[in-house]
Design a protein. Structure first.
Ligand code: NCD
Ligand code: ZN
Length: 286
């Protein structure tokens, strides 16, 4: 048996929800991880300084005695520079959702227009606040992420000093794009390193493997595994662990989200070992 020591493992994309669900699941992340980037898509989404502070407190209360650093985010909307200045020390990033693209994203951005969004994005750039993006169009489900590549490209060029994180990438096109511009980075989930659409819908439909973006083709998974296990500095682990009540997963009209927090670090370790890349795991998770 081999002992592996990991320093400061981080989950850079985590849904902790709220209320009873938060109390139930927060300890399942804090047992393995020393911190996480907390997604703001509550109902209503986190969009004021008071909401950030209060949600962080509820998270710390739910965790109890573990040492865990919840890195907070705001839900993207047009914010003034004054507001961003005042909230900057409380947040680690701002998360942009195209309107209606995924769970609780109805209040997201209708059109990603670099001119209309410039005041907020320039202010974020000046204040060094990273922009996390759920990068999907509302096109055909297998093409949504690829169709979004031109938006990433446009943003990367228009705001060269803004750190842009391509969240939960699932395609070989995204693997290429993240390496094309210095200011693009990406998170990768554990499920997208393990499964393809075949696992979700190729046999009996597997609602617990259904998430957005949906798992793609074998060649996409291969590109993701290759970059994740290579030690490449542009990609990092973000579980996108996204639990829903069982009644929302196992019904007619399944909510999107895969709940991986309790096992993600163990599964990643197995995957890196299988790929002879255990020495690259530390880089990926921290
Ligand atoms: C997430 C959720 O349930 O909040 N669902 C998902 O399928 N990944 C939202 C998200 O990150 O898209
Ligand atoms: Zn997510």
């Amino acid at each position: 048996m081999q002992t592996i020591t990991l320093n400061n493992p981080l989950d850079m994309h985590l849904h902790l929800r709220d209320d009873n669900m938060l109390k139930l699941i927060a300890p399942l992340s804090s047992k393995d991880f020393s911190g996480a980037l907390i997604m703001p898509n509550l109902v209503p989404p986190i969009s004021t300084k008071d909401e950030v502070i209060a949600y962080k407190k509820r998270i710390l209360d739910a965790i109890g005695y573990d040492t865990f650093n919840p890195m907070m985010t705001l839900f993207f909307k047009p914010y003034s520079k004054e507001f961003l200045q005042s909230v900057k020390d409380e947040i680690s990033a701002i998360k942009l959702y195209p309107a209606g693209i995924t769970t609780n994203s109805e209040g997201g951005v209708e059109t990603i227009d670099t001119v209309a969004l410039a005041p907020t994005l320039n202010a974020m750039s000046e204040l060094n606040i990273p922009l996390c993006i759920h990068g999907e169009t509302n096109g055909f489900v297998m093409d949504r992420e690829t169709e979004f590549m031109s938006v990433y490209e446009e943003l990367a060029i228009a705001f060269p000093k803004l750190k842009i994180i391509m969240e939960h990438i699932t395609t070989k096109d995204a693997v290429k794009m993240v390496q094309k511009y210095d200011n693009l980075y990406a998170t990768i989930t554990v499920q997208h390193l393990l499964i393809t659409l075949d696992d979700v819908a190729g046999g009996m439909l597997q609602p617990h493997l259904f998430c957005k973006p949906i798992a793609k083709r074998y060649e996409d998974r291969e590109a993701l595994v290759k970059i994740a296990t290579s030690g490449n500095e542009k990609v990092m682990f973000g579980s996108d662990s996204a639990p829903h009540p069982k009644s929302m997963k196992e019904n007619c009209g399944c909510a999107a989200g895969v709940f991986t927090a309790p096992i993600s670090l163990q599964v990643l370790t197995q995957l890196f070992e299988k790929n002879n890349a255990l020495d690259k795991l530390q880089r990926f998770i921290s």
